[in-house]
Design a protein around this ligand. Sequence first.
Ligand SMILES: [Zn+2]
Length: 189
Amino acid sequence: MNHAQLTALGRALRLLGEHGEALTADTPDARLYEVKADLRRALDLLDESVTAGAPSTRCPEHPHGPVDESAPDLCLLCETRRRAARRSEFQGRPGPAGPAATAPSRYGVRADRPQPQQRWLPEAWNGREWELCGTPRRDRHEAEAYLAAQRRGSRPAMAYRLVHEFTDYEVLRIWGTPVHVDIEPLGNL
Ligand SMILES: [Zn+2]
């Protein structure tokens, strides 16, 4: 929120407070319409002042991204990525009928687990070596803000650094042939 917005919003909100103070059982309708108009104005100013809207998904990476109602985290971007990963894994080949998997793996399938992700690690110099001085963050700005707060603390370390960690999944070797098997409910067999 910039200074002009702050001033305008503050004025609009104080005006609403005054309306509240002045309200009685005898307040005429004309006055109430005026209150309504001022309330609308305050809401508009508030809308303009809020830079980031309420998060639309539960995805830590894309909180304001497009929504896919069917995705567990409501994130269309991640769900699209997960679907693509599933498609490329099976290459759309219908496999021969065979013994279907009986129970889902308790470890989940790869698409259920976090996608390759990057983290930012706040580290402090303890006089001999760099050590982790806080929780690794998914968000670079958050990690930087955390380190800035550490540096302003009462007993800051001699030095801090931000380390970028990036992990990916790489298939090194496959044993057997992973053909696609349709899992049907037993009643349909
Ligand atoms: Zn996402």
